[in-house]
Design a protein around this ligand. Sequence first.
Ligand code: LRH
Ligand code: MN
Ligand code: MN
Length: 431
Amino acid sequence: MLRRIDASVINDENEKLKSHLDADYAALADKLARDNIDIETITAKAGEFQVAVPSWGTGTGGTRFARFPGTGEPRNIWEKLEDCAVINEMSGCTDSVSPHFPWDVVSDFSELKEKADAYGLKWVSVNSNTFQDQKGQEYSYKYGSLSNTKKESRDLAIQHNLDVIEYGKQLGAKSLTVWVGDGSNHPGQSHFQRAFERYLASMEEVYKGLPDDWEMHIEHKMFEPAFYSTIIQDWGSNLLAAMHLGPKCKSLVDLGHHAPNTNIEMIVSRLIQFKKLGGFHFNDSKYGDDDLDSGSLHPYQQFLIFNELVDAEYRGQEGFGPAYMLDQSHNVTDPAESLINSAIEVQRSYVKALLVNREALYGYQEDNDALMASLELKNVFNLDISPILAMARYRKGAPINPLGVYRAAGYREGMAKQRPQDPNATGSGIV
Ligand code: LRH
Ligand code: MN
Ligand code: MN
């Protein structure tokens, strides 16, 4: 497999840390064994866990006020792919990329797929973009895309989504994620029901273009860029649309797209129950769609979400198999470092959720023993399971200390020489 960071750098660093890891791992194995948990089973599952990297997250994001790009950042999808390869080499749990179009359009998709194959990377959900006009675009999305009052703009948005499906087919992807910013900024500006009818009619056309083995994922978001009303503002509208469109259409949950304090884990449970959970965009938030690093603020909430996901796995819930993706915007960190760290934080939540004694929890729930039920979750959350994650990485040739190796390899400094800044770089600055 083609590598971006020499395996010898990883091996040298791993050599220095292995004896400490062995000791920590053995201590944790003993502790878990007291609860009849076999650490090897958990480590094997940790090693299987994967979360996709968003191509657009590999460059500095920025806000509507400013963007402060770092040096050596990727300037196009080829270079974004290179960074995704590094992120996977370091994290050991990001073997796929979610691209965004038209930002990532290339003239030869088979070449792009070959490059990704060489790095051992797959392509997952393809994202369409009808939230901004492209250069020379004939009809504008200023007043919406799939729900625009003008048929010409709606048709353009429909055709774009169909084009994105075609790109995705060439890359081997199996789902389309649709997020639109359509909405209104003034009370009265938009007729809620008519706008939703237009959106659904447009989405029906997109749905017809889905290959049999594909899914379409609808992403809701409370507000922004529309600040008074948004067409798919919450999981209610999302689910209504997904139910209306058919079994291949499901809802996608972006953690940052809810009001603060929303019980997201319960939304997840509802969507699982009705076979409508399509996937996730993981990130964290304090105020709105902040796109902060996953688990950086609310690791317990992220764990509780995985508690629902692992519960569905445990019960063999029919129709369950969501796509896991990150969706973050990095303003003050090296995006690759944030993505490596965030992927591992998501994996951490998954692994902790595996340790919950489900039968014990069900018993507490039946007995209405609220405190013991909550402690069953909290005690697991309080455990430091880092040795499991590190061992899972070590066993697949990834670093025990990913950020240490990334920095020791001087990757970004090397890229700074090869990639002079491009003011026209795509996929940044508006998410
Ligand atoms: C919208 C969003 C959505 C977009 C991405 C760039 O806020 O979360 O997923 O496709 O950002
Ligand atoms: Mn998102
Ligand atoms: Mn978002």
